[in-house]
Design a protein around this ligand. Structure first.
Ligand code: PBG
Length: 330
């Protein structure tokens, strides 16, 4: 059909000639409903603390987090993803603080839910904020042991569900974790707890600033997560990961990182037609933001990047710029 269209019968510039026309034929829009704000919460912090590697982003103490949630809700942000920054002396090899019912993140969820029950709370499942080696799982013979880690992830998930998390988001990339977490949730009457699987999560260097933010980079050192996160070179494997997680009971799947991985988002959406989220990760945010702060790029690039996620097929986007961008959209 397309090949029969010829100039000058077809002049594609006709529909670009006026802004109202462009508005009429636009295929995708970005709204506040698409944005999820990730937030770092730090133990024993009062007030906020800037994150060196993420311009404009801070860690929040428990004393100010509810005020931040209130501001986000007023602006129209409906969902947040919480990440804990715990005291180094609470970290150990098995990340046991992750399953402490009164740990930082559980306290935060309970407080936020008590004052703002309507906000949708997404809580990460993975051991890296809690382990003294910085890996997402439990190490046996110098290898992150899949099945031993699963037992801990199940306990962590139940702890988060009990605290009131609406969405549990395993970001650890262990095989079979959606299956065991879903079955534990069902058994414990958490039938409506949503599982957002970081299904296609790549072993990416774009996570650097995040690891600084949660304080896991010094623990991890030069070690990589290649033995469990996906090879950056692969895309068939992403579809296998998504298929498995959907069969195991995931409600939403996620692709991560975002901008260099739009091809994966688009394949996942076209193949499975299920709710698909994207994560514009810390390194992507810091790149854009530092270029904007230096006046090398116009500040509109962030909005552009987020609209491109929509065009690729993402239903919602986790982005550190959510608060800033929704102000512009309003
Ligand atoms: C923890 C986790 C990571 C991110 C989200 N959850 C880091 C990692 O896997 O090392 C990265 C988010 C970002 O870079 O913004 N498993």
């Amino acid at each position: 059909m397309l090949y029969k269209r010829k100039f000058p019968n077809t002049r594609l510039r006709r529909l670009r000639s006026k802004s109202f026309l462009r508005d009429l034929v636009r295929e995708n829009v970005l709204t506040g409903d698409d944005l999820i704000q990730p937030l770092f919460i730090k133990e024993d912090l009062s007030g906020t603390e800037e994150i060196q590697t993420m311009p404009g982003i801070s860690r929040f103490g428990l004393d100010v987090i509810e005020k931040e949630i209130e501001e986000l809700l007023t602006l129209g942000i409906k969902s947040v993803a919480l990440f804990p920054v715990i005291n180094p002396d609470k970290k150990n090899a098995d990340g046991t603080e992750a399953i402490n019912q009164n740990n930082l993140i559980c306290e935060a969820i309970k407080n936020i839910k008590a004052s703002h029950p309507e906000i949708i709370i997404i809580s990460d499942v993975a051991l890296d904020p809690y382990t003294d080696h910085g890996h997402d799982g439990i190490i046996v013979n110098e290898y992150v042991d899949n099945d031993k880690t699963l037992e801990q992830l199940v306990k962590q998930s139940l702890t988060l569900a009990e605290s009131g998390a609406d969405i549990i988001a395993p970001s650890d990339m262990m095989d079979g974790r959606i299956k065991v977490i879903r079955s534990a949730l069902e058994k414990n009457d958490f039938n409506n707890t949503i599982l957002l699987s970081y299904a296609a999560k790549y072993s990416s260097k774009f996570y650097g600033p995040f690891r600084d933010a949660v304080g896991s980079s010094s623990n991890l050192g030069k070690a990589s997560k290649d033995e469990y996160q996906m090879d950056v070179a692969n895309s068939d494997e992403a579809l296998h990961e998504v298929a498995l997680d959907l069969n195991e009971g995931a409600d939403i799947v996620m692709v991560k990182p975002g901008m260099p991985y739009l091809d994966i988002i688009s394949k996942v959406k076209e193949t499975f037609n299920v709710p698909t989220f994207a994560y514009q990760v810390s390194g992507e945010y810091s790149m854009l933001k530092s270029a904007i702060d230096n006046k090398w790029l116009d500040s509109e690039v962030i909005k552009e990047s987020l609209l491109c996620f929509k065009r690729a097929g993402a239903d919602a986007i986790l982005t550190y710029a959510a608060k800033e961008i929704i102000k512009e959209l309003n």
